[in-house]
Design a protein around this ligand. Structure first.
Ligand SMILES: *Cc1c(COP(=O)(O)O)cnc(C)c1O
Length: 409
């Protein structure tokens, strides 16, 4: 097979693709800006790059792959589906089956719709909340990521609840002005914002376990307080469970913490590694979607036959409770191994090692055949493909990389 080397490919990529990548974090700029590797293939817990180097992979397509790369059952399901056609833009049986699987795992989901990305799901859930409540404002949290739609790219200028200012060029002030940003885990700030904006508040959207600022668990009572503030104000509570859904428990953070959302956003695991995401929740809100209601939302590739086949193949195996015991045990083992090297925060099969000098550690790990997220603010994702050997190799590599870095320093 004729493959270019990493640097050759990156040079060609940069000529045609902005920054050489199709999603910014892939460029490794937050960790010192070496040329990123180009993946040739994946195999269980491992990646192989175009230069033939092998890595233990803790990114796992940002958490999408709970059974590892090229999982045979998933690949078979996709292959079989492909033989019958790759897209119809008309209803298929597997869409119904996937919706049933989702509703079974998440009791708060009475109606669900399938889309193609988490961004699309979050944007659509916000639209449903606004259409249903006939209100405009939303509360989100600092560091909370809900995809790159305009209204959700707002950030706060201060620690206190403030009206959103755009965090990206190209987002109009108008698109961000109805977004209120509060500090995560700060009940008083949310209560003050609800007090001030409650009558115009359509929704509070939150990652129930923050996963895009490094893993930060919800403080005790935080999710319950959000639930109560929504109940008194009439705003909808939206849980963005794109990462946590089917990961921290089959029923996501809602199951793990016992707090129900009005609307839930799913992605990553739900598509089994193919482009599929979903949003769903209360029937009275979701039935406002077209064609029955007046909230428009649509998609040519929504409920794509290959993506639903992959999703079903994965979700059906996640019905087995021992899967989550196993994920918990493996993640706990990794946590114990990493604890001597920094602060570790973990919820189920997602964790972050917080430490100064993360960029040097990242480079040292890549040199030693271990791939962690190219940013301190992302999680490590444990899958069922990660065994004792991968965990031990990783802990050893962290030890050696840090020792080597101290030697150099
Ligand atoms: C990844 C992610 C999204 C966006 O999903 P895409 O499929 O990348 O658009 C939204 N919310 C959270 C919490 C995520 O981690």
């Amino acid at each position: 097979m004729a493959l270019g080397t990493r640097s050759e490919l990156f040079a060609r990529a940069r000529r045609l693709i902005p920054g050489g990548v199709n999603s910014p974090v892939r460029a490794w700029r937050a960790v010192g800006g070496d040329d990123p590797f180009f993946v040739a293939r994946g195999e269980g817990a491992h990646l192989v790059d175009v230069d033939g180097r092998r890595y233990v992979d803790w990114v796992m397509s940002w958490g999408a792959l709970v059974f590892g790369h090229a999982d045979p059952e998933t690949v078979d399901a996709i292959t079989e589906a492909a033989r019958d056609g790759t897209s119809f833009g008309a209803p298929t049986e597997r869409e119904v089956e996937l919706a049933e699987e989702i509703a079974d795992a998440f009791p708060s989901i009475e109606l669900a719709r399938l889309v193609s990305s988490g961004t699309e799901a979050a944007m659509s859930a916000i639209r449903v909340a606004r259409g249903f409540t006939r209100r405009d404002r939303i509360i989100k949290f600092e560091g909370g990521y809900h995809g790159h739609s305009d209204a959700l790219l707002a950030s706060a200028g201060s620690g206190l609840a403030t009206l959103g200012i755009p965090a990206s060029a190209g987002v109009t002030t108008g698109a961000a002005q109805d977004t209120i940003v509060c500090p995560y885990n700060d009940v008083d700030a949310v209560a003050a914002a609800v007090e001030r904006h409650g009558e115009g508040l359509a929704a509070i959207i939150v990652e129930p376990v923050a996963g895009n600022t490094g893993v930060v668990p919800p403080r005790e009572g935080f999710l319950e307080a959000l639930r109560a503030l929504c109940d008194v104000s009439g705003a909808l509570l939206i849980f963005d469970e794109v990462i946590t859904g089917f990961r921290v428990a089959r029923g996501g953070a809602q199951e793990r913490y016992g707090v129900d959302a009005d609307l839930t956003i799913l992605g990553k695991i739900v598509g089994g590694g193919l482009p599929l995401a979903a949003f769903g929740g209360r029937g009275d809100a979701m039935e406002r979607l077209a064609p029955g209601g007046d909230v428009y939302q649509a998609g040519t590739l929504s409920g794509n036959p290959l993506a639903t086949a992959a999703g079903l193949s994965v979700l059906r195996r996640l019905r087995e409770p021992s899967v989550y015991d196993e994920l918990e045990a493996r993640a706990a083992k990794l946590e114990r191994g990493l604890r001597p090297f920094g602060g570790v925060q973990r919820v189920g099969a997602m964790l972050t090692l917080f430490r100064p000098g993360y960029d040097a550690l990242f480079r040292g790990l890549v040199e030693r055949g271990v791939y962690v997220a190219p940013s301190q603010y992302e999680a490590m994702f444990v899958s069922l493909a990660h065994g004792d050997e991968e965990i031990e190799r990783t802990v050893e590599a962290v030890h050696d990389a840090l020792a080597d870095d101290r030697g150099r320093g």
